[in-house]
Ligand binder design. Structure first.
Ligand code: PMV
Length: 340
């Protein structure tokens, strides 16, 4: 086959975090996340599958990038057991993000899920299949970056074996029809406290968990929280939802601070924002909550019906704590989209 496919795929924000892995990128606990809408990667993949060996040219944001290319080559050659045709294919891959590279937003979930969608699309064409194997796409994305497995899923995805649904450690599955529809309307405004890449690389972070004295308690807690969180989401109980999501974000950072070596990624303005969010919620009774990734930036979560009040306060009060007043507004979205 000679041809080009192109897919756009979003980032996601975990509500219950994946932190700790084993084996071939398998999670130590189940996780759940909102799939976003505006923070996307677009990948164009041109292939000639009829060659005798593997070849790759990789472009990032329009420029040839051999460092990213080497990582992509390692990934592609690691999944030839799943897609044997990769071994004799010539690839030209171009990738770009809708959000700036140095925005403190991890791009691995959107980037690897976009690559996985391209691969599964090509595989379907090679096999003459009229449908895309989405569990395989999620599995391939997972092998690239664990959290990317969830970006394949519209709105709300669960990844990892657990008691609440029949998800597996291999790939993520949809969960959005099991929650109150208010959660389909959620916004995630990303308050950029610092755009520099201070976050612990996630592979280093997952490794820290192997030595953590809290490891066993953490994995049990994550599974208990997943059960409580999904129960609250089913009931539309925003207060319980928010309290679990915030505890979970602070637990992630607590684990990092208490690991050996220790990482303190929260900046003074992260804490200023947390205090401002809690004060606003207390004063107004508006259900607005925060979560964090493995970095200092706050993700502000709230239902669509409060956009006007939250938007005004966000711009008047919260923006001052952000680097150059930067805020990236996003919301729950529909998952990957085929462009070509
Ligand atoms: O997918 P990775 O290996 O980059 O790990 C992601 C870890 C967190 O973003 C901190 C949590 C998560 O579940 O997305």
């Amino acid at each position: 086959m000679q041809g080009t496919v192109s897919w756009q795929s979003p980032s996601n924000i975990a509500l219950i975090k994946y932190w700790g892995k084993h084996g071939r990128q398998l999670p130590r606990n189940a996780s759940i996340s909102f799939t976003l809408s505006h923070c996307v990667s677009t990948t164009e993949m041109t292939v000639d599958t009829g060659g005798s060996e593997f070849n790759l040219e990789f472009y990032f944001e329009g420029q040839r990038n051999d460092a990213f290319g080497a990582r992509m080559e390692k990934f592609l050659l690691s999944i030839t057991d799943k897609l044997p045709w990769i071994g004799n294919t010539t690839f030209k891959i171009s990738s770009k993000n809708s959000f700036p590279h140095s925005s403190g937003i991890a791009s691995s979930a959107s980037a690897m899920s976009a690559v996985a969608m391209c691969l599964v699309d090509i595989d379907a064409q090679l096999q003459g299949k009229s449908y895309l194997d989405l569990p395989l796409a999620s599995e391939l994305a997972r092998l690239g970056s664990g959290s990317a497995s969830r970006s394949i899923i519209p709105s709300l995805g669960v990844w990892g074996e657990c008691h609440i649904t029949d998800s597996t450690d291999d790939y993520a599955i949809p969960y959005s029809d099991q929650v109150d529809p208010i959660f389909h309307t959620f916004h995630d405004d990303i308050l950029i406290v610092s755009a520099s890449e201070k976050s612990v690389s996630s592979s280093a972070g997952h490794q820290l968990m192997d030595q953590s004295v809290f490891a066993a308690a953490r994995y049990a807690l994550a599974n208990d929280r997943l059960k409580a969180l999904t129960g609250a989401m089913k009931e539309g109980d925003l207060e319980t939802f928010g309290s679990i999501v915030e505890d979970e974000a602070l637990t992630l950072h607590g684990l990092m601070m208490c690991s050996e070596p220790s990482f303190a990624l929260l900046e003074p303005n992260t804490l200023n924002l947390i205090n401002a969010i809690r004060a606003f919620r207390k004063d107004t009774a508006i259900p607005v909550y925060f979560t964090l990734d493995a970095g200092p930036n706050i993700h502000l979560l709230y239902p669509d019906q409060y956009t006007t009040e939250v938007g005004k306060w966000r711009d008047e009060v919260l923006a001052q704590y952000c680097e150059d007043n930067r805020i990236i507004t996003d919301q729950v979205g529909h998952g990957p989209k085929k462009l070509k």
